[in-house]
Design a protein around this ligand. Structure first.
Ligand code: 13P
Length: 249
């Protein structure tokens, strides 16, 4: 389904999880979400993208890649380009996830160049930002996130091809969800920061929250001002849990 920025977005990032047998999980999920007014996206590992695209065609589920290289092709062992994701049938890509930044040394120029390349290949980008615990405990998290946004949002961005995901690193995979106040304050800050960006003159992009989202806390998180969806890790691996999050919107 084509991305609609006016709808809530529920996205699942499978990270390095899932083998071919997971196709059964996707079929069950598709059966559960046979009607929805949300953008629903799964980001499986690269090896499963083609299979999942095939299974999910003519369903409400869209498929994306978890990262891409900033060049189209070349001697970049271990990398996947945006055009390869497009070729596999993906419609979305996550850029600048904190795990990718940490593991693959994604600096800011790298992140923005990935975004350009993804847009050239007509992929909708989810650009991740998020501070670690030391930045937050020094009280520098607002400045840190503003800088990350300035360094990652490309001139080619608009609300139809870009979403922002705020994922505080200390909340990822820890069960330590950010408090309602923390999410509300940071999403308001991100919303205000983006309003000043020329490329969002016609409207701000959706802002997702990510970090220990689960069926129990999803409804409350989705009701916070300026939270336009969630990016879910662990709880997206199980079709029942993920569907509960979809239903809680
Ligand atoms: P968890 O939901 O497992 O904390 O992961 C969040 C995340 O990193 C999604 O991209």
């Amino acid at each position: 389904m084509k991305f609609n920025p006016d709808l809530i977005t529920i996205a699942g990032n499978w990270k390095m999880n899932g083998h071919k047998a997971a196709a059964a999980e996707i079929e069950k999920l598709i059966n559960l979400i046979n009607e929805t007014d949300a953008n629903i996206i799964l980001f499986p590992p690269f090896t499963l993208i083609s299979d999942f695209v095939e299974i999910s065609k003519s369903s409400y589920l869209s498929i994306g890649g978890q990262d891409c290289h900033h060049k189209d092709s070349g001697a970049f062992t271990s990398s996947i380009s945006a055009s390869m994701l497009r070729d596999a049938g993906a419609d979305y890509v996550i850029i600048g996830h904190s795990e990718a930044r940490a593991l693959h040394g994604n600096d800011s120029s790298n992140v923005i160049n990935k975004t350009y390349n993804a847009h050239e290949n007509n992929l909708v980008t989810i650009i991740c930002v998020g501070e670690d615990l030391s930045v937050r405990s020094e009280g520098k998290h607002y400045d840190f996130i503003s800088k990350q946004l300035e360094n990652a949002v490309a001139r080619t961005s608009n609300r139809n091809n870009t979403l922002i995901a705020y994922e505080p690193i200390w909340a990822i995979g820890t069960g330590d969800t950010a408090s309602i106040e923390d999410i509300q304050d940071m999403h308001a800050h991100i919303n205000n920061t983006l309003k000043d960006f020329d490329m969002f003159k016609k409207g701000n992009p959706s802002i997702l929250y990510g970090g220990s989202v689960n069926p129990k806390n999803a409804a409350q998180i989705l009701s916070i001002n300026n939270v336009n969806g969630v990016l879910v890790g662990g709880s997206s691996l199980d079709h029942i849990e993920f569907n509960e999050i979809i239903k809680s919107k």
